[in-house]
Design a protein around this ligand. Structure first.
Ligand SMILES: Nc1ncnc2c1ncn2[C@@H]1O[C@H](COP(=O)(O)OP(=O)(O)O)[C@@H](O)[C@H]1O
Ligand SMILES: [Mg+2]
Length: 385
C-alpha cells in the first residue's frame, strides 16, 4: 500500500486554484463530472476506445472564454486502448502535473487492477484506497468480514450445499460475461444440484467457481441501496449523511417477473434461470420510521472501518440491502466508494441530499463540495489517500 504521507505530500504541491477532478469514464463518472463542474472544477475523463463517445463527444463541456460552463460536463478526455493504461507512470505524472484529484469508482478497481491501485497509482484518490479491496467477495477481510466485526446484519452463510433448507442465493461469477454474475437461487439441495448442472452444461458457470461460491440466505423483500456519505472534515454537524436511495434494473430478472407464472414455467432451459446483470437504476425513498435504522447501520459501518481499515471510510459509500417481512435490514454488499446507481440523482439531487443541503445535492456534487470545503478549510490532506 502506498504510504498515505506520500499522497498527502503530492497533494500539498497542487495548485488548489486549478484542481482537476478525474475519473475512469464509466460506472458513475457522469455523476462525478456533473458534480465537479457544478462546484467549479474542471473535469478529466479517462476513456477507453469503443466506449468513449459518451464522455468525449456527447457530454463534452463547452465553456465561454471566461471559463463559464454553458454545456456538458467533460472538459478533457484521454483515450486509451484499455483503461488500465492510466496506471502507467508517465500517465500518472500527467494527472499529477494537472492537479488531478481522482475519484475511484467500480470501473477503476475492476479494470485498472487493485494491486496497481494500492501499490503504484500515486495520484491522490478522494476516498479510502485501502478499503477498495474489501468489496472483492471471498478474499481475506472482505466486506462480510467487516460486517461481522461491526456486528451488522448480513444474510446467513450456508457452508455446505447439502444443508440448504431455505431459499438461498448462490453467488459466483458468470463464466463468459466478464465481470457479470452467474448467480442462481435454490430452495433445496436437489434444486441446487439441478440448476448447477444445467448452468454448467450451458457454460454459464464453471465447476471451480461453483466450488468457491458463496451460498447465502435469500432475503425475500425489496432492495434498497443506500448512498451514504461520510465527511471526516465536518466539525459542527453530523459527519454521516444519507444522500439517496436507489435500486437496480437487472436483466433478465426484471423480464422474468413481468411474465405470468404459466409462461415462466414454460420457458426453455436456456431462459429458465434469470441473470442479474445490472442495466439501469431507479430511485426510491424509505418509510420514514426506517431511516433511523439506516443511520445506525451506517454509523456502525463507519466505526468498524475506522478501526479495521484506518483511516476508515472517506466520502461516499453504498450499503446494498434487502428488507424482510419484519422490516429487518440485511446488508448483502457494501461499496466503499461512490455507488453504481448514483446517476438517479445526477444534477437534480435526491430528496434526502437536497433536504439536508437546501440545494440539489447528488453524490457527485457532494464529493466535489467536499473537495471545495477541504480546500477552503485547508484540510485536503484529510480526504485523500
Ligand atoms: N442475500 C440476498 N437475498 C436476496 N437478493 C440478493 C441477495 N444478495 C444479492 N441479492 C440480489 O442480487 C443482486 C446482486 O447482488 P450483489 O451481492 O450486489 O452482487 P454484485 O456485487 O456482484 O453486484 C442484488 O441487486 C440483489 O437484487
Ligand atoms: Mg453489489
Amino acid at each position: 500500500m502506498i504510504d498515505r504521507k506520500e499522497i498527502i505530500d503530492i497533494t500539498k504541491d497542487y495548485d488548489t486554484e486549478n484542481i482537476n477532478v478525474g475519473s475512469v469514464a464509466s460506472h458513475s463518472a457522469l455523476d462525478i463530472f456533473d458534480g465537479a463542474v457544478e462546484e467549479g472544477f474542471r473535469t478529466l475523463a479517462i476513456c477507453q476506445y469503443g466506449r468513449e463517445k459518451t464522455y468525449s463527444h456527447y457530454f463534452r463541456a463547452q465553456r465561454e472564454s471566461n471559463g463559464k460552463l454553458c454545456r456538458g460536463v467533460v472538459d478533457d478526455s484521454i483515450c486509451f486502448d484499455h483503461f488500465r493504461e492510466i496506471t502507467a507512470s508517465q500517465n500518472q505524472q500527467k494527472l499529477i502535473s494537472e492537479n488531478t484529484l481522482f475519484i475511484p469508482n467500480r470501473s477503476f478497481t475492476s479494470y485498472c487492477g487493485i494491486e496497481d491501485i494500492e501499490n503504484d497509482f500515486r495520484v491522490p484518490l478522494v476516498g479510502s484506497r485501502n478499503m477498495l479491496r474489501s468489496e472483492e467477495r471471498g478474499i481475506d477481510r472482505d466486506y462480510y468480514w467487516l460486517l461481522e466485526k461491526a456486528n451488522l446484519p448480513y444474510p446467513e452463510r450456508i457452508e455446505n450445499p447439502e444443508d440448504i433448507d431455505t431459499l438461498v442465493m448462490v453467488k459466483l461469477p458468470h463464466a463468459t460475461k466478464k465481470l457479470e454474475r452467474g448467480f442462481f437461487t435454490a430452495g433445496t439441495y436437489r434444486e441446487y444440484m439441478e440448476k448447477a448442472e444445467s448452468l454448467l452444461k450451458q457454460g454459464t458457470i464453471t465447476r471451480d467457481d461453483l466450488d468457491n461460491a458463496r451460498i447465502e440466505e435469500y432475503i425475500i423483500g425489496p432492495v434498497f441501496n443506500f448512498d451514504m456519505f461520510y465527511s471526516p472534515i465536518e466539525e459542527n454537524m453530523s459527519k454521516l449523511e444519507i444522500l439517496g436511495v436507489d435500486w437496480r434494473f437487472e436483466t433478465s430478472l426484471d423480464g422474468h417477473v413481468r411474465l405470468p407464472a404459466p409462461q415462466q414455467m414454460n420457458l426453455s432451459e436456456k431462459q429458465l434461470t434469470p441473470e442479474y446483470t445490472v442495466c439501469g437504476h431507479n430511485t426510491a425513498t424509505l418509510r420514514e420510521s426506517l431511516l433511523e435504522e439506516v443511520f445506525n447501520l451506517s454509523e456502525k459501518y463507519v466505526k468498524a472501518s475506522q478501526k479495521h481499515y484506518k483511516p476508515g471510510i472517506i466520502g461516499p459509500f453504498c450499503l446494498q440491502t434487502c428488507v424482510d417481512k419484519d422490516l429487518n435490514f440485511y446488508i448483502y454488499d457494501v461499496a466503499p466508494r461512490v455507488g453504481g446507481g448514483t446517476n438517479v440523482h445526477m444534477s437534480v439531487g435526491h430528496p434526502y441530499g437536497n433536504t439536508l443541503w437546501r440545494k440539489p445535492m447528488s453524490t457527485g456534487r457532494r464529493l466535489a463540495f467536499e473537495i471545495r470545503r477541504a480546500i477552503e478549510m485547508d484540510k485536503l490532506d484529510q480526504i485523500v489517500t
